[in-house]
Write a protein that binds this ligand. Structure first.
Ligand SMILES: Cc1cc2nc3c(=O)[nH]c(=O)nc-3n(C[C@H](O)[C@H](O)[C@H](O)COP(=O)(O)O)c2cc1C
Length: 205
């Protein structure tokens, strides 16, 4: 049985469009074990000076400073938890061209050298996340790759780069765009995304 982690980066609960499309895909994978990580409810440790000190200490081959130990242990737990899954779903709105700050916070926590990725002696990055990732990217604007607003995409494109960096090679992006405009245009975007979710679920089953 596949273990899935659904990372929810919208605070809009049942009204979330990215969440609705992720829910549709999950409904098509009934034999999976799904855990939900609601980033706006999660007790994320701070990602501040103390944790950065710990990161640099480890890079320099030194121990974690006592002042950062508790927070660093929490960071380690979040990374270990993330790496136990076979499939990650990230449902996220675009906020100011990028992702909501809670998702950026989570990514900053996870992306630690030696834990989420390693660098070989010849400078190659080796990510430790082995599995499939699916991004559900909602946005008012249509920033899909073949459109005129593609240069404004610091949401899905950024998440794709990060996921590849930490090792994910099987990557799918479903775009729920535009979610602002005429009711017909928004409905068309939702139906297109639902159809893509159904097709992807059928491939993953
Ligand atoms: C604070 C905030 C900033 C936003 N910034 C953008 C943006 O830069 N580009 C865009 O296309 N949509 C933007 N939106 C619109 C959301 O991305 C859009 O409504 C999306 O469908 C919400 O997804 P959700 O329902 O899953 O939360 C913004 C919305 C909020 C609340």
């Amino acid at each position: 049985m596949k273990r899935l982690l659904h990372i929810v980066a919208s605070p809009r609960g049942d009204r979330s469009r990215s969440g609705a499309v992720a829910g549709r895909l999950l409904a098509g994978l009934p034999d999976s074990e799904v855990e939900t990580l609601d980033l706006f409810a999660a007790d994320l440790p701070p990602f501040d000076g103390a944790v950065i000190d710990a990161r640099y200490a480890l890079i320099n081959g030194e121990g974690v400073p006592a002042s950062a130990m508790a927070d660093w242990r929490a960071v380690e737990r979040y990374i270990a938890h993330f790496l136990t899954f076979d499939l990650w779903l990230i449902s996220t709105p675009m906020w100011n061209f990028g992702v909501p700050y809670r998702l950026k916070h989570y990514v900053d926590l996870l992306t630690q050298p030696g834990l989420a990725f390693a660098v070989t002696a010849d400078g190659q990055v080796q990510g430790k996340a082995k599995g499939t990732a699916i991004i559900f990217a909602a946005g008012a604007m249509d920033t899909r790759p073949d459109g005129p607003l593609v240069a404004l995409d610091f949401q899905a494109a950024w998440l794709e780069s990060w996921l590849r960096f930490i090792g994910v090679s099987d990557l799918h992006t479903l775009r729920i765009q535009p979610t602002y405009g005429t009711p017909e245009a928004v409905e068309a975007a939702m139906q297109r995304a639902f159809a893509e979710a159904d097709a992807l679920a059928a491939r993953l089953r």
